[in-house]
Design a protein around this ligand. Structure first.
Ligand code: F6P
Length: 329
């Protein structure tokens, strides 16, 4: 809702917060240039909320976002801090914008960053809009977050390479992928990459049954197997490795792709999504809106109240999981 539309000064700041994700720069670029076109002076807060607290704020003219649409990471840098959970810190940090006459802020980040959006909206005079940027795709109100598609493509590329070596050695590979508590990267890449098994936080796992099934596969003539393991179930890694090794008598390797999934040039999907989300965020700022976050449902760009967005439960796609497990063995 509009808070301070009468005081609007046509100044806007942008920050990226939490884990970086590919496409954040495409998002920053569109936000900066679209806002400049609408007559705003645009600023960047470096290192996320840390920079807001520490007054690390720079001006962002047109050329500041040249040559970054294709790059991973975030040109604004990012940060994580628990300090921003304290109301008095949020209020003091907001003064670093307000003292420059900046009363609009766009925050690009995941759910932790959206708590900051909510607090800034409720506790300060800043109009703040959130854009979902995280590889995890763990936010229930939006179909996609910026960086998820690129991270999945990175996993698929790795899977292709791992297949070459496990096929040559007749081995089994446990490929661990990121996603924190969400198994979306694991599920989509297992299906798209033709992995034989996928283990996710959202579905129960029977390690003994998997070990027996891998053996059955080899008995039927399979010569290699990939098991995608979501970060949210990496507590099963050792047990899985031992039991599959015991049942098959073969070498079982484990690779965690880890931070490699966060970097690299963003996919076309992420660049287009990032640009569309950024444009909607600037339009909301232009209308004096605050406390809202943008997202995508189907092919539509949407915006919702940040508190509703934070409450929205991520739906687990049982059908896709069933499909991935049915066709893979
Ligand atoms: O949220 C993105 C993410 O990469 C998760 O997949 C992972 O669990 C986490 O961040 C790692 O965080 P950090 O960069 O603090 O190690």
């Amino acid at each position: 809702m509009a808070k301070n539309a009468t005081k609007q000064t046509k100044k806007l700041a942008i920050l990226t917060s939490g884990g970086d994700s590919s496409g954040m720069n495409a998002c920053i670029r569109t936000a900066v240039r679209y806002a400049l076109n609408k007559g705003y002076e645009v600023y960047g807060v470096r290192h996320g909320y840390v920079g807001l607290i520490e007054d690390d704020i720079i001006e962002m003219p047109y050329g500041s976002v040249s040559n970054c649409v294709h790059t991973g990471g975030t040109i604004l840098r990012t940060g994580r801090t628990d300090e921003f959970r304290k109301p008095e810190v949020v209020q003091a940090a907001a003064q670093n914008l307000l003292k420059r006459g900046i009363n609009n802020l766009i925050v690009i980040g995941g759910d932790g960053s959206f708590h900051g959006v909510s607090d800034l909206h409720q506790l300060t005079d800043i109009n703040v809009i959130g854009i979902p940027g995280t590889i995890d795709n763990d936010m229930g109100y939006t179909d996609y977050t910026i960086g998820f598609d690129t991270a999945c493509n990175t996993v698929l590329d790795a899977m292709l390479k791992l297949r070459d070596t496990i096929t040559s050695h007749d081995r089994i590979m446990i490929l661990e992928v990121m996603g924190r508590h969400c198994g979306d990267i694991a599920l989509k890449t297992a299906l798209a990459g033709g992995a034989e098994y996928v283990i996710l936080p959202e579905a129960p796992t029977d390690v003994d049954a998997i070990a027996a099934s891998v053996k059955k596969g080899f008995d039927k003539g399979k010569t290699s197997t990939i098991i995608v393991l979501a970060e949210g179930r990496n507590d099963l890694k050792d047990e899985l490795r031992e039991k599959v090794k015991a049942s098959t008598g073969r070498t079982v390797n484990h690779v965690a792709l880890s931070y490699i999934q966060r970097g690299g040039t963003p996919s076309m999907f992420d660049r287009v999504l990032a640009s569309r989300l950024a444009a909607r965020a600037v339009e909301l700022i232009e209308c004096g809106q605050s406390g809202r976050v943008v997202g995508v449902k189907g092919s539509d760009i949407i915006d919702v109240n940040v508190i509703e967005a934070l409450k929205a439960k991520k739906n687990f796609d049982d059908n896709l999981f069933a499909l991935a497990t049915t066709i893979s063995k």
